[in-house]
Write a protein that binds this ligand. Sequence first.
Ligand code: MOS
Length: 732
Amino acid sequence: MSDLSFPDTPRVDAYDKVCGKPLFGADDVRPGLLHAALAVSTIPKGHIVALDSKAASGVPGVRLVLTHETMGAVKSSGFIMGGGYGFQSFQPMLSRAIAYRGQPIALVAADTLEAAVEAAHLVTAEYIEEPFSVTLGAKGTEIINQADTPLKNFIPEIIAGDADKVFAQAPVRIDATYNCPPQHQNPIELIATVAEWNGDKLTIHEGTQNAEAIRHGVALGLGISPENVAVISPFAGGGFGQKNSLQMQTILAAVASRETGQPVKLVVPRAGVFHDASFRPASRHHIRLGADKSGKMIAAIHEVDAQTSRHDLFPGEYTATSARLYGFSNFRGVERLIRTDVQTPGYMRAPFEHPACFAMETCVDELAYALGRDPVELRLANDTTIDTATGLPFSSRHVAECLRRGAERFGWTNRSMAPRSMRSSDRTEIGWGVAIGAYPGLIVPAVAHLRVTDEGDAVISVGGHEMGQGIRTALANAISRKLGVPAAKVSVVIGDTRAAPQHLTAGSWGTASAIPAAEDAGDAMLTALVEVSHGPLAGRTPAEILKAAGRQSLELEVQRKAPGQPDAIFGRLRAGLPSIGGPVFGSYVTCSYIAHFVEVRIEPNTRRIRVPRVVSVADCGRVMSPRTATSQVRGGVVWGIGAALREASEVDPRYGGFLNADLAEYVVPVNADIGSIEVEFIDEPDTTFNSAGAKGLGEVSMVGVAAAIANAVFHATGRRLRDLPIRIEHLL
Ligand code: MOS
């Protein structure tokens, strides 16, 4: 790391977390709390003809059974990518309609969880079934060209030069199709709500990435003023995109609490989150990549078919990332959406970037072998400073440095190029693979409120949600550095709609949005302290200055937005609507990058695939919090290993829904699957992007890992596998 590096300080909330002190949304226990459970649809599509809740109502302790007939005047809060607040526009239990298997049809609230669960199982329904489709190629799906929809207004098509013509004449061509399955993010903390009314005021306790969307979405759905709703979410036990908008259970809990006059807790069980929350849609990628004899990539065409629901168009942004990997002078990106009968898919960590780079970076490896060129050297030869999609320069781009440092640290020069050329003495096949990843640089508006006291405390309130990524630590460190107050004396108030407007925390924009705002607040505070002290601070702490001036505290508020955003963006922020700037900022484009080097070992008889060693070098601008940044990359690599070798949500086209809806059958890597993961950072600030120089990191961390693994499997075995996940049966 450069000498700019910030010190490696521990997480500010680590001790409390290890002691079990932080209360997550559903940990909230209070007098009179009722527990709720859901009954769900057992058909994949159709409508309810009759619903029988008599037996459920008779279970001792049951206080309420809610169905579409008793929900009262509630409406959908809309789809977050359609001007609304929900992960989908379809709110269950507002009508007889069944849009997908597993959809809630009734809620039971009872004195105990046991009574609620027992009663929910006793709710029965008669249905009329309708034909349905749940896979990309199924009969009855509807294919929509995204460029023919209003989505094109905020997701422009990526077209540069004449890719079709140049590809047709390219001396070296790869034409292949890659498939990624649907996947479900599984945060340890389930989606869950505690709702409580106090007169006409509603308080929601919930682990979320988007407290403001919950506040406004619940208000809209219930027809009440957002002034009367507060959402409190100091911690989320993982989000990964699943908690990035209003989930269906929040309104149900709020209605149940209003009807019973008691606080209600609704925890959606693990099987439920496979059907009642968003997921990574299935996607198919047809790539044509052409190069000249010297190995210059001269044309690429990336066509994507991605799954969406019947009721919403979940926008695809795949080719915006694949186009930005290299200096393609001719590129054409196509996104098509395929309507299926599922809940609306959504943003799961690196939602587009992971599948897009799996496909493109596997294809680039195929090109390297077609050309007989070393895969690292081919990538270096096609590096660029200009963005293919816009023709604009990148504000910073250290892909080559990531590749060089990674190759050095991994020992890449010891690799022999030919597939099946590296073996250990017990005939284990060894493969070394490489791939790069990119992720757009994004910034959202933030309002930061800072208060210092004569007792030496500082309180920073800003938009942001702590989901384990470490934003609280990064904020405490930023204020500590500015004001010379120990990080332990900095309180960070985030995820609380009462304290500051809470923009969705996602898209790896948290650090680049909240930290510069907090630093601005720190600078403003230093100026204000100079005024209070009528002279220079002369190394004194804020507390010393306040004491000398006879003041107990000093507070101020600043606001900050992405370059080029209009002031009206703060209105959107306060309304809980996505207000995202980037990655194109007028005269430049910003992305984060990473290079992954992977070793796989394949056992000769069992064909078990192991990943003993990964080296990842990231370009995320300035590293604001080395401890949490390193941890982000390790986690991202583990996700990439899961995506490459384990995870798939299984679908049976005869029944719909998702079959492996629990952690026993939705297989993720465990500790024993993970070997050494070495992480290094370029740590070059990008001050064109923001004053802190920080770019995003959380998502780029996993981008390219799956391709590096697939490429290593090819190197080990000579088998080019283009469908994820890669499992033992593919190597027999
Ligand atoms: Mo993340 S998938 O942008 O919440």
